[in-house]
Write a protein that binds this ligand. Structure first.
Ligand SMILES: [Zn+2]
Length: 123
């Protein structure tokens, strides 16, 4: 029978010890801790910690998604800035190059929306 690795005491963080060979009961070995004769299931249960761990994973995933969005949007802004600079250097009418840059942004935003909807991105 594989021995289940006991988590630290849910009350004090001290080490746990099986009470018997059947390994159904656990006690905390820290002095004066109240966690004595606790079922293994209760000892190992950490509903708040598990919920927080799941929430952290969810938020980390969201951060990665936002960082990727941020990188894409920065690229879009740089591309629009290049369009503006090229138009300015080429002597294109300011209204015309502003329109070109705006079109770049509109295309990029549409790509973002398509990606957000899980659609294949049309460049
Ligand atoms: Zn304890």
């Amino acid at each position: 029978m594989n021995e289940l690795e006991l988590k630290p005491c849910p009350l004090c963080g001290g080490p746990g010890l099986y009470r018997s060979a059947l390994r159904r009961w656990v006690k905390c070995t820290a002095p004066n801790c109240e966690m004595q004769d606790v079922t293994v299931k209760r000892w190992q249960s950490r509903p708040i910690e598990d919920a927080l761990t799941a929430r952290i994973a969810e938020l980390e995933s969201e951060v990665r998604r936002l960082e990727a969005d941020n990188a894409r949007l920065r690229a879009v802004i740089e591309r629009a800035a290049c369009t503006l600079a090229r138009g300015r250097m080429a002597g294109v009418d300011p209204g015309e190059w502003a329109w070109m840059a705006e079109q770049d942004l509109v295309r990029a935003v549409n790509c973002q929306r398509q990606e957000a909807l899980g659609l294949e991105v049309q460049p």
